[in-house]
Design a protein around this ligand. Structure first.
Ligand SMILES: *[C@@H]1O[C@H](CO)[C@@H](O)[C@H](O)[C@H]1NC(C)=O
Ligand SMILES: *[C@@H]1O[C@H](CO)[C@@H](O)[C@H](O)[C@H]1NC(C)=O
Ligand SMILES: *[C@@H]1O[C@H](CO)[C@@H](O)[C@H](O)[C@H]1NC(C)=O
Ligand SMILES: *[C@@H]1O[C@H](CO)[C@@H](O)[C@H](O)[C@H]1NC(C)=O
Length: 447
C-alpha cells in the first residue's frame, strides 16, 4: 500500500494560508549551521527520497503488522549467516581444511571488520584513527559495543570531493557508528534510540543517538540507513552491516528545511515571525522540538490560519504558539532523556513528563505508552507524535499531527470538547492572551 502524505499536505498548506508566499522552500531554519558535518549530511546522508521511502515503509509497516518485520529479520539473518561464515573463514584462514566450529566471539569487533571482505573500506578508515581502533579492539571496557559497519557498497555514494574531510570530522563520523552497549537484533527491535560513542557538545557532551525504525525493508537507522546483516557476535560486542554511512545529524533547523513537503507551513511561520532572531538569543543545552506537520496546521481550520499568518496581531499569537512547541535544556527521546535543567523536567513516572516550554511558564505534558511493541507518544493528551525521535545536533524532533495550544484557563471542558469542538480565533486568543503583550516590543516577550 502506498500513499503520499507529503504531496497532499503540501498542497493543503498552500490552500490554508491565503495570500501568503508558501513556496516550496521557505528560508527560515530555526538555526543554521554551515559546518562540515552539515554540508556532508546534506549531500550524502539524507537523500531525502530515501528518507521518504523509509517513512513510507514504516507507514506500510504500520498497516501490515509486526510479523512481516520478523520475517524480514529472519531473511536478513540468513543473509548474514553467509557473510559470517566468510568473515570467520577470513579470520582463520590458516585452518585450511575442515575448519572446526568457529566462533566470531573469539575475535574483537576490530579484528572481525579488518578481516571481512565486505567491510574493507570502513576498516581502512578506522585504521587511520588509533583511538577508534582502540575502542573497537578493547575487551576491557565496562560495556560491550554495537558496531554498525557500512558495507563497502555504502561508500559508492560518497561525493567525489576535492576537499578531504578533516580528521576530526571523520573521527566523529566513525564514533557515530559505534553503539554503547550490546544491541543484538532482538534488542534492536524493541529499542527506539541507541546511544553512540560520539559525544555531542550541543547536547551537553551526551552521546548523540541513533534512531531505530522498523519498516518493510527491515530495520533502518536514522530513517535512511538499512541494516543488511545482523548479529555477528564478537568478543566485545556485536556487529551489524548497514547500507548507508551514518553522518552525525546537523542542526534541527537545517533538518526541517530538508522536508518542505512536510514542514513548509512551520517554516513559513518561523519566517513570518522572525523566529530565528528570537531563538538565536536563547541559550540551550539540548532541546526537544515538537514540529507540527503541514496537516497539523491545516487542521486548525482556515479562519484560525488566516488570523495567525495574515494579520499583525495574529503573528504575535503565532510566535507564542511556536515557542510553546520548544523545550530547552531537556532532550526527550522516547526511551531516554538528557535533562540539563537541574531536575526541572519533572518525570512523574517513567511514562509522563511535564516540560517547561519557551513560552513563559507554560508547560506541556508528554505521555508515552507501549503496546504490542509500538510506542505511542501523546502531547497534552490530544496531539500524537506521528514521527518520533529524529535526532538533531542540538536536540530531538518529534513530528506532531496537531498544533499544541495551551489548555484553557478554567479547565472544566471535557476531553470530548477538546477533541471535537472547532477552535475559534476568540478561543485561541483567550488561551494565549496572557503570553502575548501588546507592548511596542513584541520581540521581547516573556523570557
Ligand atoms: C576475500 O577476497 C579475496 C580477494 O578477492 C579472496 O581471495 C578471498 O578468498 C576472499 N575471502 C573470503 C572469505 O571470501
Ligand atoms: C587487538 O586485541 C587483541 C587481543 O584481543 C590483540 O592481540 C591485538 O594485537 C589487538 N590489535 C590491535 C591492532 O591493537
Ligand atoms: C561482553 O560480551 C562477552 C561475550 O558475550 C561477555 O563475556 C562479557 O561479559 C561482556 N562484557 C560486558 C562488560 O558486558
Ligand atoms: C539552558 O541552560 C543554560 C545553561 O544552564 C542556561 O544558561 C539557559 O538559560 C537555559 N535556557 C533556558 C531557556 O532555560
Amino acid at each position: 500500500m502506498k500513499f503520499t502524505p507529503f504531496l497532499a499536505s503540501g498542497a493543503a498548506a498552500m490552500l490554508i494560508v491565503p495570500g501568503s508566499s508558501a513556496n516550496d522552500e521557505p528560508q527560515a531554519p530555526i538555526s543554521l549551521d554551515h559546518g562540515e558535518a552539515s554540508n556532508f549530511w546534506d549531500r550524502l546522508a539524507p537523500a531525502a527520497d530515501a528518507i521518504e521511502s523509509a517513512i513510507e515503509d514504516s507507514i506500510d509497516f504500520l498497516t501490515s503488522g509486526f510479523e512481516t518485520v520478523k520475517e524480514t529479520v529472519g531473511e536478513l539473518q540468513e543473509e548474514f549467516q553467509t557473510q559470517l561464515d566468510d568473515a570467520v573463514q577470513a579470520v582463520d584462514d590458516h585452518h585450511h581444511h575442515h575448519p572446526p566450529k568457529h566462533d566470531t566471539r573469539d575475535h574483537t569487533i576490530y579484528e572481525l571488520i579488518s578481516k571481512s571482505n565486505y567491510t574493507k573500506i570502513f576498516a581502512k578508515i578506522v585504521d587511520e584513527h588509533p583511538d577508534v581502533v582502540k575502542l573497537l579492539n578493547s575487551t576491557h571496557a565496562s560495556h560491550n559495543l554495537t558496531l554498525f559497519v557500512p558495507i563497502d557498497e555504502a561508500f559508492e555514494h560518497i561525493p567525489d570531493d576535492h576537499e578531504k574531510p578533516s580528521k576530526e570530522f571523520v573521527e566523529a563520523l566513525l564514533q557515530y557508528h559505534v553503539g554503547i552497549g550490546e544491541y543484538p537484533a532482538k534488542r534492536i527491535l524493541s529499542t527506539d534510540t541507541i546511544p553512540t560513542a560520539y559525544n555531542e557538545e550541543w547536547l551537553g557532551g551526551e552521546p548523540q543517538r541513533l534512531r531505530v525504525g522498523l519498516g518493510l525493508g527491515g530495520v533502518n537507522l536514522n530513517f535512511y540507513s538499512r541494516v543488511v546483516a545482523v548479529d555477528i557476535g564478537a568478543k566485545n560486542g556485536v556487529v551489524h552491516g548497514i547500507r548507508s554511512i551514518l553522518v552525525p545529524p546537523p542542526m534541527i533547523g537545517r533538518i526541517l528545511t530538508l522536508f518542505p513537503g512536510e514542514f513548509s507551513t512551520l517554516l513559513l511561520a518561523y519566517e513570518k515571525t522572525e523566529f530565528v532572531k528570537f531563538i538565536h538569543g536563547v541559550k540551550m543545552v539540548g532541546s526537544t522540538v515538537f514540529a507540527p506537520s503541514n496537516r497539523a496546521f491545516s487542521s486548525l481550520g482556515p479562519r484560525v490560519n488566516a488570523f495567525l499568518f495574515n494579520t499583525e496581531t495574529g503573528l504575535k499569537y503565532l510566535k507564542a504558539l511556536l515557542k510553546y512547541h520548544i523545550v530547552a535544556n531537556v532532550t526527550l527521546y522516547t526511551d531516554a532523556v538528557y535533562d540539563k535543567t537541574d531536575g526541572e523536567a519533572k518525570e512523574q513516572s517513567r511514562e509522563h513528563f511535564d516540560l517547561k516550554t519557551l513560552l513563559g511558564d507554560a508547560h506541556i505534558g508528554v505521555d508515552t505508552a507501549t503496546f504490542a511493541g509500538f510506542t505511542v507518544i501523546k502531547v497534552n493528551g490530544f496531539a500524537n507524535v506521528v514521527r518520533r525521535d529524529a535526532p538533531g545536533k542540538n536536540g530531538v524532533i518529534h513530528v506532531l499531527d496537531k498544533v499544541l495550544i495551551p489548555p484553557r484557563k478554567h479547565g472544566e471542558e471535557s476531553l470530548f470538547e477538546e477533541i471535537f469542538e472547532e477552535l475559534t480565533v476568540e478561543d485561541l486568543m483567550e488561551r494565549l492572551d496572557e503570553f502575548v503583550e501588546d507592548g511596542e516590543n513584541p520581540n521581547e516577550l516573556e523570557l
